[in-house]
Ligand binder design. Structure first.
Ligand code: SF4
Ligand code: ZN
Length: 266
């Protein structure tokens, strides 16, 4: 995943996974003088939650003497997640959850952030648990394209898209927590106030229950997906990337999902 002269942007939320990843990559960087690691944090604008996480992220970056860049939804999209939720809740009709907006907007924000800091690769701290949850979520949503494309090292399919790497994709979440504790890394433990609405939370509970009874299941699912992926990629290959007619960012449709969502809010 990493090269000796890489410039890596690490997506740092302030939680145990991303701060552990930052520590590990910072250690590797010291051994590779031609490489650079910087931290980027996306501030979604979740009052009382993201503020604390931002402080944790900033503190660790200072300790590691690492550059830390913060990009906010407000700056990039003109609206915070709290404002989006407020507007959505005023709607009489069925509305999208906070996480549905957050996921799409954060993904785009991270790509813009990584590109702006000149990174060759964007490292995210998705753990084995996250990866297996995502496999199920994509299946539940019937999203075959994402099922094929969400892999530990993404293909560079567009010049505006920074390659994503997931160095923790085979590390169980419990182990990243253990690493953070043993290294005495301070991290945010408070959950996001919108987390209970997330479909992902249900999938997490389901998978944890299965794993408890049948240890090793998460690894088996992850490995099965890796074996199946080439076949699924053949099915999904037809969708190429174009530039969004509104914002110019890479998308599979005429208008990207972020612009569609922001339009819907207006
Ligand atoms: Fe965003 Fe949902 Fe995660 Fe909160 S729980 S940070 S709203 S994706
Ligand atoms: Zn767009």
């Amino acid at each position: 995943m990493l090269k000796f002269d890489d410039k890596i942007a690490v997506a740092v939320s302030g939680g145990k996974d991303s701060l552990s990843l930052l520590h590990i990559l910072a250690n590797l960087e010291r051994k590779q003088p031609k490489s650079t690691v910087v931290a980027i944090t996306v501030d979604e604008g979740i009052r009382g939650y993201r503020d604390e996480a931002l402080r944790m992220a900033a503190r660790t970056c200072r300790e590691l003497e690492m550059k830390h860049y913060v990009f906010s939804f407000k700056e990039l999209f003109g609206v915070t997640l709290d404002e989006i939720v407020k507007r959505q809740r005023q709607k009489a009709s069925r509305h999208l959850t906070a996480c549905a907006f957050c996921g799409v907007l954060r993904r785009k924000a991270l790509n813009i952030a990584a590109r702006n800091v000149g990174a060759y690769r964007l490292a995210t701290a998705h753990t084995l648990d996250d990866e297996v949850q995502t496999i199920f979520l994509n299946m539940f949503h019937g999203d075959v394209w994402r099922l094929a494309k969400e892999k530990p090292v993404t293909d560079e399919v567009h010049p505006k898209l920074v390659q994503r790497i997931k160095p923790f994709c085979e590390i169980p979440e419990r182990e990243t927590a253990l690493y953070a504790y043993t290294r005495r890394i301070g991290f945010q433990s408070r959950p996001c106030p919108y987390a209970s609405e997330a479909f992902r939370t249900d999938v997490r509970v389901m998978l944890n229950r299965i794993e408890e009874k049948h240890p090793g299941t998460k690894f088996t699912i992850f490995n099965s997906m890796e074996k199946l992926r080439p076949a699924i990629e053949m099915l999904a290959e037809k969708e190429g990337l174009v530039e969004c007619s509104k914002c110019g960012e890479p998308t599979t449709e005429k208008t990207c999902r972020t612009c569609q969502m922001l339009e819907q809010l207006r």
